[in-house]
Design a protein around this ligand. Structure first.
Ligand code: NOJ
Length: 512
């Protein structure tokens, strides 16, 4: 298949997701900040990650942790200034790393000046920036709406929470008189405005964007055709002006998102990928009982792989700020195996901050800034054994989110010095991936077995590596030839064409 051009750096990218609120507080006000991220860049680099995705850091009333933007062009004062983020880009690049910002193209905050203007009865530049009906008594079909809030007689569609009015990119098929076509002036201006936002940050030095709810732009969108064509226009702009920048979608349907020009899409906890079957369900595949199944995941992955091979990357995250942490439903012994999988699959792997030390999901803690049950995955990074786990010098009751109260909570400083820690294992797996081109983002994959153990072959023109992962406590025996070049857990031994693998282990065989 003809390969689509990708920025070179994506071929070896291993991402680290930073939730800026909770990463490192440099000025003791209880919340993380950009200076704090700069101070911890060497930690990320030493772990082996060479790319970052940072959650939204723009001006916002923070009713959804910053996914409700009120000014796309200004860093939220609580994190620093535009000059600080420019310095962050420079410090990232000095270390030969890359950084994606979080772009929220589908909606703004109801505090955004565009929205305030669009609520006015008199026609103005922003009248069609959002999806308005022509009557306060009728909302748009198939989406939530607000009504009775404006001088204008109309209802406005919302994209997610009620305070996030949906930007207007038009309807693929129009039905009602007030529904606008994608080619109408309002939707065209929205797209121009969003491209302008992207251009602003790319010029300042960021390396691209993770695009929030990327599937959501065009409404009544048969098979996402309108949204795909909208993203292709964005990709065209990027290729022309910033060919080394990348876009990553929160979509979860790579056949569609990559056709829309995205360089990468996530396999996620929602959508049809069966990602949850592996890590987050009643009986996850990664569990010593060996009672889960990877079959549906592998089947879906293969189908997607066939449709998308050469067009872009399907990325598997260890977790993110919207789902419970990896350690929640997996036992401690399974975390290294989950990482052996995540870090040996095609696509760019994503590590959610703190997952590399097995941070816990804090079930039931009070919701912060529209986090609700997601708040439990957003607690402060645990750096060391000092006060507030080394996250902040503020009094504990001033912290943005409470720290894990467990006195045995894991921390980075301890694990860095322990060769048997999860941190050391993750670091070893990243270095191993980077040392073998067959484990890279675009090298081939061929599944050999989707039971227990999970077996797949990664190969490119240089080498072929058989990955064998046995989450079950039972030992396994499979046919293999070559040399074991990396083991996790007790590992296994190869003789006479047979690999004998201990339970809860993973091995990588360099095939001869
Ligand atoms: C997905 C983001 O990851 C999530 O945190 C946010 O609440 C919604 N999109 C709405 O923007």
């Amino acid at each position: 298949m003809k390969k689509t051009r990708q920025p070179k750096w994506l071929e070896t990218a291993v991402f680290y997701e930073i939730y800026p609120q909770s990463f490192y507080d440099s000025n003791a006000d209880g919340i993380g900040d950009i200076e704090g991220i700069i101070e911890k860049l060497d930690y990320i680099k030493t772990l082996g990650c060479n790319a970052i995705w940072m959650n939204p850091c723009f001006a916002s009333p923070f009713l959804d942790a910053g996914y409700d933007i009120s000014d796309y062009y200004t860093v939220a004062p609580r994190y620093g200034t535009n000059a600080d983020i420019k310095r962050l880009f420079e410090e990232v690049h000095k270390r030969d790393m890359h950084i994606l910002l979080d772009l929220v193209p589908g909606h703004t905050s109801w505090d955004h000046p565009w929205f305030k203007e669009s609520c006015k009865a008199t026609k103005n530049e922003f009248t069609d920036r959002y999806i308005w009906t022509d009557s306060v008594w009728e909302g748009p079909e198939n989406m939530g709406s607000l009504h009775g809030i404006s001088e204008r007689c109309g209802s406005v569609g919302v994209n997610f929470f009620s305070h996030q009015p949906a930007l207007n990119y038009g309807y693929y098929k129009t039905k009602k008189p007030w529904e606008q076509k994608m080619t109408d002036e309002g939707p065209q201006k929205t797209l121009e405005a969003m491209i302008d936002v992207m251009r602003f940050w790319l010029k300042m030095g960021c390396d691209g964007f993770r695009c929030d709810m990327a599937h959501s732009l065009v409404k009544r969108d048969e098979n996402s055709k309108g949204t795909i064509s909208t993203w292709n226009k964005i990709r065209k702009f990027m290729d022309a002006e910033f060919p080394n920048a990348a876009i990553l979608s929160e979509w979860g349907e790579p056949d569609k998102s990559l056709a829309g020009g995205f360089h990468m899409d996530f396999l996620l906890h929602f959508g049809p990928s069966h990602y949850n079957d592996l890590f987050r369900c009643e009986k996850p595949y990664f569990s010593p009982e060996g009672a889960g199944s990877a079959k549906q995941f592998v089947k879906t992955y293969k189908a997607n792989y066939e449709k998308t091979d050469g067009k872009g990357l399907m990325c598997i995250p260890s977790g993110n700020h919207d789902m419970s942490r990896l350690s929640y439903q997996l036992k401690e012994s399974e975390l290294p195996l989950a990482f052996a999988f995540i870090l040996s699959m095609p696509g760019a792997p994503f590590i959610y901050y703190g997952d590399e030390i097995g941070m816990r999901y804090l079930a039931g803690i009070p919701s912060v800034e529209g986090g609700y049950e997601r708040t439990g995955s957003r607690s402060p990074m645990q750096w060391d054994k000092s006060v507030n786990a080394g996250f902040s010098a503020a009094p504990a009751d001033k912290l943005y989110i409470m720290t894990d109260p467990d006195e045995n909570r894991p921390d980075a400083a301890t694990q860095i010095n322990d060769p048997s820690s999860l941190y050391s294992c993750v670091k070893k797996l990243i270095a191993f991936r980077q040392a073998h081109s067959a484990l890279g983002s675009t090298a081939e994959i061929e599944f050999v077995s989707d039971g227990y153990p999970l077996v797949y072959r990664r190969k490119d023109k240089n080498e072929s590596i058989l990955v064998v992962i046995q989450p079950s406590a039972k030992p396994a025996e499979i046919k293999a030839a070559g040399e074991v070049i990396c083991s996790i857990g007790k590992g296994g031994s190869l003789s006479d064409g047979t690999l004998n693998l201990s339970g809860e282990s993973a091995v990588f065989v360099l095939e001869k």
